[in-house]
Design a protein around this ligand. Structure first.
Ligand SMILES: Nc1ncnc2c1ncn2[C@@H]1O[C@H](COP(=O)(O)OP(=O)(O)OP(=O)(O)O)[C@@H](O)[C@H]1O
Length: 257
């Protein structure tokens, strides 16, 4: 499906990273990174395995501390934040991780209710039901409400995982390898869903991937991580309009017939 135009507010950085550095032992993973995520934008971080994409997400979400540099998320300084403030901030961010599995012993409904009951004290049964129905409808899986995760396909489980994240109305979405392990048609459906979430939930998203089809379909901008830095940032076509021998093979390999 063609990506629809969305409103991106370039005067409002929901994530603002400057001079970010992170090393492990003698391996410099991130070597001075600057990055902005604008309100309403889908930003794809593209890079080969081991380039530090997951480390970047962990730094943004406060799970790791940088060696140098600053990270602001929704106006808060994540590097110098109290545990309590970080916990409150994380509720405003939706994480769709490869390992964010559903609870196998709970129905789809119970899986979706779980974050609400835990994070929204005093929520009524009526409000819970309305929220569950809304997010299930958003991911196109209303009919699965009473099913167990084991009865769903991989793509459906991924959708329910995204619905479970959406139920807390996140302002930022972080997708870590959203299409990994899915067949090509299901990948396209997940890419469409990422775009629908952007349009209908007005989220700003960081999408970490090495899948170029995903990058092309979902990204308003692409930031290519190479040798510890964002070497190229721009639209998909801008990023790949280069003879850089570190970038070209990545493109050629991904689109091999
Ligand atoms: N806690 C850690 N301790 C030591 N090294 C780490 C740690 N976390 C990550 N690394 C190293 O940092 C590098 C980047 O890891 P990262 O997981 O961010 O890669 P990635 O780009 O997400 O790759 P993939 O696509 O394979 O998940 C790797 O070499 C990894 O071994």
């Amino acid at each position: 499906m063609e990506k629809k135009q969305v409103n991106i507010d370039k005067n409002n950085e929901v994530v603002k990273i400057r001079g970010l550095e992170k090393s492990f032992a003698d391996y410099d993973v991130l070597r001075g990174i600057d990055l902005d995520l604008y309100q309403g934008e889908n930003l794809v971080v593209l890079g080969r395995s081991g380039t530090g994409k997951s480390v970047l997400i962990k730094l943004i979400s406060g799970l790791l501390r940088p060696d140098a540099g600053s990270i602001e998320v929704l106006g808060q300084d994540v590097v110098n934040i109290s545990d309590r403030e970080l916990e409150a901030l994380r509720i405003r961010i939706g994480f769709s991780f490869q390992n964010s599995a559903l609870y196998d012993s709970m129905t789809v409904r119970k899986n979706l209710e779980f974050p609400l009951v835990r994070n929204r004290k005093g929520i009524t049964r009526q409000e819970i039901n309305t929220s569950v129905e809304r997010v299930l409808d958003a991911v196109g899986l209303s009919q699965t409400i009473n099913q167990m995760p084991s009865e769903l396909s991989g793509g459906q489980r991924k959708r329910i995982g995204i619905a479970r994240t959406l139920i807390l109305n996140p302002e930022i979405m972080m997708y870590d390898e959203p299409t990994a392990g899915l067949d090509p048609i299901t990948c396209i459906e997940i890419n469409d869903l990422i775009n629908e979430v952007q349009q209908n939930f007005h989220t700003s998203s960081i999408i970490i991937t090495h899948d170029l089809t995903c990058a092309k379909q979902t990204g308003d901008r692409i930031a290519m991580l190479l040798d510890g830095q964002f070497q190229r940032v721009g639209t998909f076509d801008e990023v790949f309009a280069t003879e850089d021998t570190r970038v070209k093979p990545f493109y050629d390999y991904n689109f091999i017939e």
